[in-house]
Design a protein around this ligand. Sequence first.
Ligand SMILES: *Cc1c(COP(=O)(O)O)cnc(C)c1O
Length: 363
Amino acid sequence: MKINTRKEIEEVRPYNLGKSPEDIKNEYGLQVIQKMSDNENVYGCTTDVEKELTHSIKQLHSYPDGITTVLTENLASFYQLNQNQFLIGNGSEEIIRLLTRGYISSGDEVIIADPTFPRYEANAIIEGGILVKVPLRDGKHDLRAMVEAISIRTKMIFVCNPNNPTGTIVGKDELFQFIKTIPNHIIVVIDEAYFEYVMTDDYLKTHTLLDRFANLVILRTFSKVYGLAALRVGYGMMSPDFVQQLMKVKDVFNVNQLAQNAARVALNDQHFVKECAKKNQLEREFVTRKLIEMDYKVYPSETNFLYACSEHPVAEKLQKKGMLVRAFSQPNGGEAIRVTLGTREENIAFLHVIGMLKKERVV
Ligand SMILES: *Cc1c(COP(=O)(O)O)cnc(C)c1O
């Protein structure tokens, strides 16, 4: 007999992890795989982290610090905010879950863009929330339409800025107007997982607005430019009241000590962060230009990935050649790929494969 889950769970789509590099190697008899599918930092992480971890490993018998004291102190001084405005999570994904767990009741509406990061939807559904999806416009959040989507039942709005999977941002003034417009009983969550990769000046410094807007939550992570995806550390910046409430919801020892220590060390090497972002920007311009030359429609990206659309599906053909990207089907029947930028060498290899497929007229 099948044991039924709560009815909410039946509607949750499991996160699509895709095939593993090992599976693909075996399936197509490939020697090497170039993983360009998960937006990880190709340059790894600062070397100081390794030293810290060899040191931390001697403390495996101790529980971690349940209130992440030292990392929180470091973040507070980095941003010039108060320590009581931070909540550290087992990845920023955990903060998303804590927010929906803590604040979404059955029937509450949650407004998100479409497409956007899939975890907002899954976590809202688990709590019985009702998703209100607002299509992107030119690959960007349509903030005006999101405001219009507000109803008496709206409880939370997610703005993924830059947006995953399209890599786009919404402009500074537009976002500021949006934040001002949202009634203060609705939680505005701004997910800035790719914050450090943003190069344009037209980008709102949301963390400076926390004192003004008590309904604002900002999410950032050590998984992307800091290169610590394996360790699982992310954080939310928010009003002290949110932090106090979510502390009741979170697991006591949610962030392991190795991760806390490594994140502190990584935060303190901003030189590494800036270097990665600078190299990424060069690659971003290079690959964008080349893809456009090959007739792809590429959204302007402020991240370490590109979203490229074409009429002909290409993701699976790339996979057969050992290039792993994410595929998204398009409303018009075409396909978009989300490709994480690599090193110059990797990007040239990727572009070469696409070029070959084009020449063979298979894409
Ligand atoms: C990668 C990503 C996250 C999750 O990051 P973790 O801190 O690893 O959980 C959150 N939001 C967006 C938009 C992402 O792309």
